[in-house]
Structures are given as structure tokens and as C-alpha cells.
Ligand binder design. Sequence first.
Ligand code: CS2
Ligand code: MG
Length: 408
Amino acid sequence: MKITDAKVFVGGPGKNYVTLKIMTDQGVYGLGDATLNNRETLPAAYLQDYLIPNLIGMDPRNSEDIWQFFYRGAYFRRGPIAMAAFGAIDMALWDIKGKLANMPLYQLFGGKSRDGAMVYAHATGADLEDLMDSIAHYVALGYKAVRVQCGIPGMPTASYAVPEIRGEGKHYISDFTGIRPKVEVWDSARYMRYMPDALMNIREKFGPDLHILHDVHHRLTPREAAQFAKAVEPANLFWLEDPTPAEDQSALELLRQHSSVPIAIGEVFNSIYDCNRLIEKELIDYIRVAVTYAGGITPVKRIVDLAGLHNIRTGFHGAPSHSPLCMAAQAHLNAWAPNFGIQEYLVLGTPACDALFPSRHRMENGMVYVSDAPGLGVEFDESEAAQYSYTPGSHPIVRLEDGTMWNY
Ligand code: CS2
Ligand code: MG
């Protein structure tokens, strides 16, 4: 069996999805996702200029060797751009493998460990009252878990993933439009003074059963994170996410000495080498990698298994920037993984997105149910794709009040 061609499509409804389609001499094709948020053209170029010319003629069933060929053959290994491009190839080859076996991918991983996988939504508010309304909205929709982000009184601008005005918390998504980043101003002291009580108020209002998650988004120093994690313990969070910049794997050692709050890190990681120490030293409780960002299903399965040896559960990233192909790959892993934890799930299901990526995966009552269609179980409508093109975007930047660059 041989790969005969491959095409890259960039664009989608309000998103720059990077979709790879790999064709073979047996007519079976595979789909993969290389969407690297706000840098989408780069994995697309890597695929078109370097990887696809090498794919032609390879046997698509040899997904492991192909992954090793590109990873070891790159010489300059790892990094988000290369690993997103490799991730798309790996996803597409697994998709082909599933179609050849006429099985959904979770069957190839080892079958189902659960029917439904619990997901969490993003509640947010310009202030605490606004946030409470947003949480109530998602609880009413049947979510059992909600991430909560709140406007901080006196903060010079809106904080991470928080609307400027009240009333948008039910469907707010960070604005990444425009090539020049928007500027947010941050003050850790104000945040650390305000947020523990806000989280306790949420716990008291919604009771002990609601799973409450909170994302610090890389903003504290190790000492601040230790102090903050201790202060939020009474709120009994499901997890505290990215308390410190994720690349500093030793940053959590102090936190772990001061707090038992569950820690989740990993959405910015692109290889097992970014997190193996965190996992082996059990400095985290949830690993947050995304299949696209971390190089595909093949390497992510290794991360899941390593995490499982160390009592660490999955909490795959699922931000609005992710393609339904990445979310489908994660849905299959979520159905299989013996150490599944939770799945971040920002509503992908707009009619335009469903038209571009038809599938029978479904989300109901705060749970995702993976379909039994062969492979990833997602189609790609090229006639729909033709209407979309790339539009530049950027993450905001964050500065402290004195102008010092900080962490978005
Ligand atoms: C966030 C992300 O979902 C999350 O946990 O950290 O939405 C993050 O802000 C974006 O993926 C950045 O591109
Ligand atoms: Mg996050």
C-alpha cells in the first residue's frame, strides 16, 4: 500500500483550521489536524514544503516508522510547529488504519473503558456576579464540571479569558483577531488577594458536587503559586491549571509542599520530554496535552501510559481553536484511557463547523460519546472548505503595571 498524494487546507468558520488529507493507492484516505493557534500557516508550510514530498510512496500502515522518520529525521527536534505538522500526519495515518480495519480508533487502542467522557465548559464573567450567572447557565445545560474565570476588581484591564462587559459570560471566547496583539495589564497581588474568596463563594453557592476548575494561565511565580494554591484549598477545586509558566518543570516542587490542590499542566507541551519529569516526580495530577500540539496520537498514547504509571489522569486541552479532528482523536483516547480524567470542550458544534467536518460524535449532558464510525469518525467536505481562507490572528500580550512583559 502506498501514499499517493496529500493536500493541506487552511481555513474554517471563524477559525484557521489546518486540515491534512492523505490519499493512498487503495482509495482509502486519512484526515489529520495541524492547527497551531495563531501560527497556522507555519505547520501548513512545514507539511507542504518538507513533509508531504517525503510521504509520497511510503506505506501508510507504518505509522510508527513514519513518525520516527520525521521526528528523528528533522535533526532540529520538537517545537510546536514541527510537532503540529507531525501530529496531522500521525492522525491521518491512524485514520487510515482504522478505516482499513473497519474499526473506530478506540477499538485499536484497546476498546472502551467508559461510554461517556466527562467534559467541562468555560464560565466567565466581568465580575463575580456575572460569573455566577455564567456558571448557572452551564449547570442548567447539564455540565458537571465548569472552568471559572473572573474579572478582578481594580485590575487595569480584563484578566485572562474574561469579558470587558457583563452579560457575555455565557458564550465568551477570547478575541485573537488581528496580527498585532492586544495588550492586557496584570497585577498578581490583586489577583491573589481576590480570587481565593471568589472561588469559595462559588463553592458555597453551587455546593460540593460541581467540579470547579480554574486556570491561572502561567501568571504566578513559584512562591506566589505555592501561596495561592494553599489559599484556594478550602474551595476543593477539581484542578488548578497552569499556576506557573509550564516550561519550568521544577516550579511546582514548592507548591506541592504547601498545598494538596490538584494541578493540571500541559496544553503548551509538544513532547513527552516537556513533561516526563513532572510526571515521574508526580508534581501534577492531570496532563493537559493536545493531540495536535504534542505530535499526534502515537506520542500522546505514550504520555498517557507514562502518566498512568504515576497516578496522573488525562485532561486533554480542548480550546475553541482546536479542530473537530483533534477533538475526535482525543474523544477516542478518552474512551480508551484507563486513566482518563476530563476533557475540555468548547462548543465546536456550530452548523458551519459541522458542515465542514461531519461526524456522529456527540456531546450530551456534559458528556462526550464517541461514534463507532471507522477511524477518527470525521469527514471533511472540500466543497465547504473552498469558501474559507486564512485570516491572521495573535494571542494578546500581558504587561505588568510598570510595563514589564509578563505571561499571557
Ligand atoms: C486555555 C487556552 O483552554 C485553556 O485552558 O489555556 O484556551 C489558551 O488560552 C489558548 O489555547 C491559547 O491559544
Ligand atoms: Mg489553560
